[in-house]
Design a protein around this ligand. Structure first.
Ligand code: GDP
Ligand code: MN
Length: 431
């Protein structure tokens, strides 16, 4: 799960990590109100003094906002403003608008909130992240003096500028490590205490919130020598979310893939992907193998979907509806190895779904295992146009071929249920 920057700021504050003063707002009026509260406003001119202005920041679940562009032509999702009025004006160009950054994809994200913060007088920008490192099975701090830019760029161009510090999960982040990091990141003697406090707070946030990643980019040193987390990105371990209802409540489904939101309502293990072959499979291992073999035969999966061992007819129906409603889908592959899951339950689910939503793409089915004959019989009796497959390889080849010959969706109107998953030719782009 992801959260917004303003929510990340709340969590960081709980763990005593220094962030700029600020508040979130949803309307230009609210923005002006917040700007008035934050800024030491000169009533005569309406200008904010003496703090060098405020920053208005678009809140979306994606980075690169500073360099992003709104589809209305307005440049930049992060703006330094000098007056209350200007804060309101900038906000009105952001709110309700779509911001496209290199992380959002061409569809962009709608900005529903902006964060207004005191502008920091930046002397230096640092990159710092804590993540789970699989090779050492421990938290790892990744940092660089080259902050404010993409860490991927730093890694590619000057890998020597990236420092890594493994943290022993039992001992936690040790003082000698924070000192070492402060030195490697070129903090001055007078700043090491503040830096160490921030590293320590970040680590406690990471552990305390069951994060899989906390990324601060940039972490800044101000002209006065303060050390602040200016931007934050969090990823949480979804399996630990039950321990943090207050974090789970921060979920913003407007930011999520609507296919995944729908799937999660029905307890399905679904992950949306960019390809055009929808997969309905039981078991995570078989689902992975199915995606692999689709790739192997030159196709591209539209999703990962594991209906699991205990799926009900209703769950299968809902799963199938999600697959049909995805307008990128050009063919569907059902690959079931019936063990605990019964083939007839899957078959009935498919038939139910096809009754409510017209099946307009080719459907390849490979059933094997428990109640396979009953399942096949149900499908035959239903009169559904099904391409039967004998084994996994056969199924994959057939579905890749079916998706290939199906370049045009015959019934596009019916598939407009997912506004966010649109192709770049949708009306948003033909100005
Ligand atoms: P991102 O583009 O989505 O990563 O958003 P950031 O919050 O990282 O902001 C992008 C850039 O805007 C930062 O790297 C800074 O250079 C600049 N910026 C952000 N906040 C401030 C601020 O308080 N003062 C100044 N002067 N620049 C800022
Ligand atoms: Mn950033």
């Amino acid at each position: 799960m992801n959260i917004h920057e303003y929510q990340a700021k709340e969590l960081l504050e709980k763990f005593d990590v220094a962030t700029p003063r600020g508040k979130v707002a949803s309307t230009p009026e609210e923005v002006e109100q917040v700007a008035r509260e934050l800024g030491d406003v000169d009533l005569a001119t309406g200008r904010v003094r003496p703090i060098g202005g405020l920053v208005v920041k678009a809140q979306i679940h994606a980075g690169g906002r500073g360099k992003g562009t709104f589809t209305n032509g307005f440049k930049g999702g992060v703006h330094v403003v000098k007056s209350v009025k200007e804060a309101g004006e900038v906000a009105s160009k952001m709110l309700g608008q779509t911001l496209v950054t290199h992380q959002t994809g061409p569809g962009g994200r709608v900005v529903n909130k902006v964060l207004v913060v005191e502008s920091a007088e930046i002397a230096r920008e640092i990159y710092l992240a804590i993540l789970l490192d699989r090779t050492t099975a421990a938290p790892l701090i990744v940092a660089s003096t080259e902050g404010g830019v993409e860490i991927e760029t730093v890694a590619a161009k000057s890998p020597d500028k990236i420092v890594r510090e493994r943290i022993d999960p039992l001992a936690g982040l040790q003082p000698f490590q924070t000192r070492k990091l402060a030195k490697q990141l070129a903090f001055e003697q007078s700043q090491t205490k503040a830096a160490a406090k921030l590293f320590d707070g970040l680590y406690r946030t990471f552990i305390g919130c069951d994060c899989s990643m906390v990324e601060i980019n940039p972490l800044v040193v101000t002209a006065k020598g303060e050390v602040l987390a200016l931007d934050a990105k969090f990823n949480f371990d979804d399996n630990a979310l039950y321990r943090h209802p207050e974090i789970a409540a921060m979920r913003d489904i407007a930011e999520e893939d609507p296919r995944e939101v729908e799937a999660s309502k029905h307890g399905l293990n679904y992950i949306g992907l960019d390809g055009n072959i929808a997969c309905l499979v039981n078991g995570a291992g078989l689902a992975m193998a199915t995606m692999d073999i689709i790739k192997f035969y030159g196709g591209s999966p539209a999703n990962f979907l594991d209906v699991g061992g205990g799926a009900t007819e209703e769950q299968v129906t809902e799963a199938f509806k999600i697959l049909i409603a995805d307008k990128n889908v050009k063919a569907i592959l059902v690959n079931i190895f019936g063990g605990i899951m019964r083939c007839d339950v899957i078959a009935q689910g498919i038939i139910n779904a096809a009754k409510t939503v017209k099946l307009s793409v080719p459907l390849v089915v490979r059933l094997e295992g428990t109640n396979v004959d009953a399942g096949k019989e149900l499908i035959t009796e239903s009169g559904l146009a099904v391409i039967a497959a004998d084994d996994l390889a056969d199924a994959a080849q057939k579905v890749v071929k079916a998706a290939d010959s199906k370049t045009q969706n015959p019934n596009p109107k019916q598939h407009s249920a997912n506004p966010k998953i649109q192709n770049p030719t949708s009306k948003q782009y033909s100005k």
